[in-house]
Write a protein that binds this ligand. Sequence first.
Ligand SMILES: Nc1nc(=O)c2c([nH]1)NC[C@@H]1CN(c3ccc(C(=O)N[C@@H](CCC(=O)O)C(=O)O)cc3)CN21
Ligand SMILES: CC(C)C(=O)C(=O)O
Ligand SMILES: [Mg+2]
Length: 283
Amino acid sequence: MSETPAPYGSGAGGAAPAPRRVRIPHLMELKERGERWAMLTAYEQYAAEIFDRAGIPVLLVGDSASNNVYGNATSLPVTVDELIPLARAVVRSARRALVVADLPFGSYQASPEQAFLTSARFMKEAGAHAVKLEGGRPVLPAIAKLVESGVPVMGHLGFTPQSEHALGGYRVQGRESDAAKRLVEDALAVQDAGAFAVVLEMVPAAVAQEVTATLRVPTIGIGAGPHCDAQVLVWQDFAGLRTGPMPRFVKQYANLASVLDEAAQAFARDVVEGTFPGDEHSF
Ligand SMILES: Nc1nc(=O)c2c([nH]1)NC[C@@H]1CN(c3ccc(C(=O)N[C@@H](CCC(=O)O)C(=O)O)cc3)CN21
Ligand SMILES: CC(C)C(=O)C(=O)O
Ligand SMILES: [Mg+2]
């Protein structure tokens, strides 16, 4: 009769049956029905559990862990060995969401074979359900190789942070009409190579609208206007955990930094003043 408490890390549901995992065909159905959806990044257990419980259907273990977990200034330095344990934690913690692992800079550009070996590591060692990689024409053979080999691929066009030095910084892409035309062509090529979705980062809303209308697979916008099939934000941005200047495309839905600031100050004060621990915390 006594209830055994769920062990730490077992998730909120305890003995509840595992809900059905979101599958890629479902994302196509949502597009056909005109239903929009949200994606968030996640890099660890509690964020993954919370977003999964909230019904976010796709979680991205972004290479943005580089500058949101590992303390780097950009996404360039993060390695496969650093991302795999984070992806594993998210896969273990999300019961329903599809978990996509972002392939970091240098782990797929050399050849389709390199892209496959890196993706196989994310799938075998972390249990990732799909991978994401950046770029258009240069990565089409890699996308085709992955898809032929059973690896679902999410594309990423527009501003591609791994190329920030080549692109000359954080800038909107596809503003000129020839660049917009190339973006639509690249998106079609990425789809035709087999990608199941395409992230569009920092592109004019009208261009993202055209890509969204052209593609059969869903577009996922970040700074790409309201017409995409889905939207993605980095979780430390949307939750206000990160402080400092935010890109214009971020909407802050909470202010976790100030919540934790106050909590840390209160804890420190209680310890200094001797009011923590109290009798109720002591044995
Ligand atoms: N926390 C975080 N959020 C992100 O959205 C994000 C990352 N990290 N790391 C990887 C990339 C880098 N990205 C970024 C980073 C900065 C800007 C930025 O500063 N944008 C400014 C300037 C735009 C301009 O000059 O045109 C903005 O106001 O949007 C944009 C995208 C998006 N990704
Ligand atoms: C912002 C998303 C699309 C991303 O690539 C990342 O978080 O690394
Ligand atoms: Mg990324």
